[in-house]
Design a protein around this ligand. Structure first.
Ligand code: PLP
Length: 400
């Protein structure tokens, strides 16, 4: 199926403002259908969840539909989809409850590649319990995180391995299935940060071996919230602090207070939008797999154009090098400040921010300190015109 980027772009009101958005890894633009679903939910008669009044049923149906949509997106179980304010918040909440039984001698593995949202909650939980933290290093020359490196850190006291599905800084997609299998062999859980990956590839949480999989709809064309997908059987064994009158059912016991119904409706609309890119054939999961494959092909073509263009520019280093990676490029320029390029491009309507993007350990491990570099990230709505503007802008900046 050919990818009609002009038709895709026409669905995004924000693009009419004229900027070329390479800031998708920070948060994507939103299609009209997502905004309409949010607005319709806010303005429809709605109450707290229940099955007695129509208003209660509306709220309940919105939640159930969103759980099903996220489950379809990542091939998970709708009964194990937990919603929260953000992935950071959910990972903190889950780190507290998952670490409740840890003590001295227990171990947790984190990686140097991960966003801090999948590092610090585990480091701090381990510290609170007297458990040991093991660090899995990626190779700064290749950007690869080898499963053997993680495997070498495991022992029969490893309780959990926290690993990213894809780096939001340099795009590396580690072999999560292999890492999860090693974690399971050691008797540990695999907690996978899928925030960056979910926007760029068809995800199957079972194939990845993820016991818990976190993602954030605002990275895949949806509204600002987070979710974690897990086996409901695993969630049933966990007992977070909660209010006495609130239900102890799974997954609700992890969702403190009232859910943002309008954002959940927007999440369903975002998943439907992605499925719509996969054509009319099959159920939503099948259309999602096809839609994500179409996005991947489109984004990879543009990524290659950017890489070729950037390599022709003097003094530019490309840090995104792993064999399997998302279309997220980190660049630095000898003797020049990436933040300067960010400002220069912004004045020309090209949005490509500079920084380390909370992937602090990764940035330091690459030798880029806390400053990082210029991040150029692709999204389903980017086109060749955007790439032309980016390359022209970078060329101009380098010539001054
Ligand atoms: C890879 C990755 N993990 C986690 C997060 C944190 O997500 P949230 O903003 O939903 O807490 C981000 C946000 O940029 C991210 O890119």
């Amino acid at each position: 199926m050919s990818y009609d980027v002009a038709a895709v772009r026409a669905c995004f009101p924000a693009l009419r403002a004229g900027a070329a958005h390479f800031d998708g890894p920070g948060g994507s633009q939103v299609p009209e259908s997502v905004a309409a679903a949010v607005a319709a939910t806010l303005t429809s008669p709605i109450a707290n969840r229940g099955r007695t009044t129509q208003a209660e049923r509306t709220a309940d149906d919105v939640v159930l539909a969103a759980r099903q949509a996220v489950a379809d997106l990542v091939a998970g179980d709708p009964g194990g989809v937990v919603f929260g304010r953000s992935t950071t918040q959910l990972t903190y909440d889950l780190s507290r409850v998952l670490s409740a039984g840890w003590g001295p001698g227990d171990e947790v593995v984190v990686t140097r590649l991960d966003h801090d949202a999948n590092v610090r909650p585990w480091v701090q939980a381990a510290r609170a319990r007297g458990a040991t933290v093991r660090w899995a290093e990626f190779d700064p020359a290749t950007g690869e995180l080898a499963p053997e490196v993680v495997g070498a850190l495991l022992c029969d006291r490893t309780r959990l391995v926290a690993v990213t599905g894809a780096s939001n800084l340099i795009g590396t997609r580690p072999d999560v299935a292999a890492i999860s299998a090693l974690a399971h062999d050691a008797g540990a859980l695999a907690y996978v940060d899928g925030v960056h990956l979910t926007a760029h590839a068809a995800v199957d949480v079972r194939a990845l071996g993820a016991d818990l999989y976190a993602c954030s709809p605002y990275k895949f064309l949806g509204p600002h919230l987070g979710c974690v997908v897990a086996d409901p059987g695993l969630l049933a064994t966990l007992h977070p602090d909660k209010l006495l009158p609130s239900t102890d059912a799974v997954p609700e016991r992890f969702e403190l207070g009232t859910l943002p119904y309008e954002l959940l409706a927007g999440t369903t609309a975002a998943v439907d939008f992605l499925a719509g890119l996969g054509g009319p054939e099959g159920d939503r999961r099948a259309r999602l797999v096809a839609g994500m494959a179409a996005i991947e092909e489109h984004e990879d073509r543009l990524r290659e154009r950017i890489e070729d263009g950037v390599r022709a520019l003097p003094g530019v280093t490309l840090w995104s090098r792993a064999a399997r990676r998302t279309p997220t490029l980190l660049l630095t320029v000898d003797g020049r400040d990436a933040a300067d390029a960010y400002r220069f491009l912004a004045e020309r309507g090209v949005n490509a921010p500079a920084g380390s993007f909370y992937a602090l350990e990764a940035s330091r491990h690459l030798g880029l300190g806390d400053t990082g570099g210029l991040r150029v990230g692709l999204a389903p709505y980017n086109d060749d015109g955007d790439v032309d503007r980016l390359l022209a802008g970078l060329g101009e900046w380098l010539s001054i």
